[in-house]
Design a protein around this ligand. Sequence first.
Ligand SMILES: *Cc1c(COP(=O)(O)O)cnc(C)c1O
Length: 228
Amino acid sequence: MKVSENLEVIQKQIADACEKAGRSPEEVKIIAVTKYVSPERAQEAIESGVIHLGENRDEGLLDKISKLKDKPVWHFIGTLQTRKVKNIIEHVTYIHSLDRLSLAKEIDKRASSKVNCLVQINASGEESKHGLEPHQVIDFVRELKQYPYIEVSGLMTMAPYTEDEQVIRDCFRTLKQLQREIQALNLEFAPCNELSMGMSNDFKIAVEEGSTMVRIGTALVGNESEVQ
Ligand SMILES: *Cc1c(COP(=O)(O)O)cnc(C)c1O
């Protein structure tokens, strides 16, 4: 499938979910997750009109950057090792995986201007998942005040892989509720306008629950085996 065809289907699904929820589709940014695919396929995504691209490893990010003709807005969506911060910091506009103070400290140290960070939350309680537990989030956000280059742009989560739609929905609602709590604090460094939630299998639910950034790989650009 061409990316443009997939994109059209996804945009329609987002529009439908927005209508159901009384939201405007303009509130939802589509991030094409290109980690499984070639630079050529990522370039095709850009040419189809995708502005935001996401990668989860520094090697993948730097490889794409060196080979793409255009400059998308880059999102780093994967677990970020502290020692890798210096490799990516100048290239990405958003970091979706802030989950510990040591990482905030390193981002702050390496940055030359404010960095848009999303606090990653393990809303499902699954042990395999990265991120803060919901009850830790407010204190964590308050602590970030000490790092002038950290802007808390929003929150990010990954829902569990399950057929149980209610479990997925509850994760997204947990994030929305935490966003309300953080915004009520009126912290200058934490506008927290973004909710990064929803992947290929659950983005419709995420949009119904308030997502502003859906991270879509398989359904948009495919994975390598489908592309070849
Ligand atoms: C890979 C990945 C995605 C995209 O997954 P798909 O199911 O292919 O849409 C989204 N978010 C994160 C954090 C990822 O690692």
